[in-house]
Design a binder for this molecule. Sequence first.
Ligand SMILES: [Zn+2]
Length: 146
Amino acid sequence: MDNIKIDPETSCWEWQKHKNRKGYGKIRAFRKTLSAHRLSYTLFTRADRTTDIPEGAVIMHDCDNPGCVNPTHLTAGTQLDNVADMVAKGRQATGQRHGSFKPGKQAVWLMCFLLGQGRTHEQVAEELGMSVAVVIRETTRGFTGP
Ligand SMILES: [Zn+2]
């Protein structure tokens, strides 16, 4: 595919064609201009997801590279997820993996969301950079009330 250059280090699929001012890949199809990463997400990952891109959802880059269209780097979420994602990444940077750490409301919400999508506690813990014990403790509490 000459539209895409694969970065051997990050495994990002760098979109080579038109990009907008923010660096997002653009593709003309169906008489519309589509976001290349949204199209990629729909084409490549729909089979193993429960739904299409939900109404009003944003496609987030796990790799923080707006020009990337690697479907394995893309996650569908809401604007709230986008914020929670930043929160989680900020936490990851400070390396809070130990069991006594108390995540914020948004992080707990995100955990429940990810579990609801069929991920295991281990996968959620890995994605958010938290210990499995914290994820289990917080999400169990989240489901049973305060
Ligand atoms: Zn990427």
